[in-house]
Design a protein around this ligand. Structure first.
Ligand SMILES: Cc1cc2nc3c(=O)[nH]c(=O)nc-3n(C[C@H](O)[C@H](O)[C@H](O)COP(=O)(O)O)c2cc1C
Length: 350
């Protein structure tokens, strides 16, 4: 752990450093979306015949055994503020043994000296105990992907689809032609190591099918209901008022169902608005293999500090274990087979 982490315990970092507006704005948003995960009804088991010690939450992800299907998802990087956050999150992921994905490394392609602005000195670390993933935009070349992965010695790479973010960004990208072709090339080159992800707008069946058709095997649906990039960008874009579009996106629960409908074989990462143990259990029951958290853990880290964020994730894992016990599930495999019923809005749109 570096001295930088002490900064978080002062709880002042975000106030002192205003350079990374996107990050700051992520903490200022107030719109409450809905993942629709609460529409997944699961039933209590009064006779579980299990001890909490019998409940096994281990799973395999990117070829490594991890203690729990939970990862810290991509956020920030490439700025001084970003590196402190990534470093802290990386240390937490290491302490808990859970996977982590760094924020977009695109800035590396312009200046290789920014490499340390992702994981600080940890960038040099080899033989990592857990899974570490790179992140770039979806238009990245095969060569850029190699640079991003090599720089942090990553186990895999996520390419993000973010038209719903860029289009609301002041001076953001407004032409998204060519991304599908880039993804196809990346899938051919990187196969199992490639994830395609959203950033909080979810994915339709049509999009997921297109990705699977060109060989994408890992999909992070990153649905709506959590971090809201329409609002984040709207807070710094004074040319338009985009608030009427805050509700845009495919809710996380629907996105998971969409992905599983398209293929039984892909690895699904469920992210977007994951906050509680019930969110995690329901996402896995709907068909996810791994669950990702960004915004919520960021809030714990910035507002409460390193231990607060670590305790939040640790408690989340324990509470999910309790949910598994109360469903009578001994392991993740059994949890995924839990019977459920869809209710309310989710039932209506299926
Ligand atoms: C401050 C912040 C920065 C982010 N930066 C990235 C990024 O660089 N690359 C990416 O793929 N997703 C990025 N995301 C999106 C997240 O990985 C995730 O898909 C999205 O926030 C939804 O999850 P959540 O509701 O748990 O936050 C960022 C999210 C936040 C909050």
């Amino acid at each position: 752990m570096t001295d930088n982490l002490n900064e978080f315990n002062k709880g002042e970092l975000i106030i002192e450093n205003k350079r990374d507006k996107r990050l700051d704005n992520a903490l200022l948003t107030t719109y409450e979306g809905d993942t629709l995960l609460s529409c997944v009804y699961i039933e209590h088991n009064s006779l579980p015949e299990l001890s909490i010690d019998d409940v096994d939450t281990t799973t395999t992800f990117f070829g490594k055994q991890v203690p729990f299907p939970l990862m810290i998802n991509a956020m920030t990087g490439g700025t001084e503020q970003g590196v402190e956050i990534n470093e802290a999150l990386y240390n937490i992921s290491k302490e808990l043994g859970i996977p982590m994905e760094v924020g977009a490394q695109d800035v590396l392609m312009e200046d290789m000296d920014t490499a340390e602005l992702f994981l600080g000195e940890i960038v040099e670390e080899v033989n990592r105990p857990t899974v570490l993933l790179s992140n770039l935009h979806a238009n990245s070349s095969v060569a850029d992907i190699k640079v991003a992965m090599d720089t942090i010695n990553a186990d895999g790479i996520a390419l993000h689809l973010n038209p719903g973010q860029e289009i609301f960004t002041k001076d953001g990208i407004s032409n998204f032609v060519g991304r599908y072709e880039s993804i196809e090339k990346a899938a051919k080159e990187y196969g199992d190591k490639l994830i395609v992800k959203e950033v909080g707008f979810g994915m339709s069946e049509e999009v997921i099918k297109k990705l699977v058709d060109v060989g994408v095997k890992n999909i992070d649906v990153s649905g709506s209901g959590g971090t809201n990039f329409v609002e984040i960008e709207n807070l710094r874009n004074f040319d338009y008022d985009f608030s009427e579009l805050y509700e845009w996106g495919v809710p996380t629960a629907k996105s998971i169902i969409n992905a599983r409908n398209i293929s039984k074989d892909i690895t699904i990462i469920a992210s977007g608005g994951i906050k509680t143990s019930l969110d995690i259990a329901r996402a896995l029951i709907l068909g996810a293999d791994m669950v990702g958290i960004s915004g919520e853990v960021l809030k714990y880290l910035i507002h409460g500090g390193y231990d607060y964020a670590k305790d939040y994730l640790q408690e989340l894992m324990y509470k999910t274990k309790i949910v598994m016990l109360l469903l009578g599930c001994k392991n993740i495999e059994q949890l995924k087979k839990t019977p459920y019923k869809l209710t309310g809005k989710l039932k209506e749109i299926i």
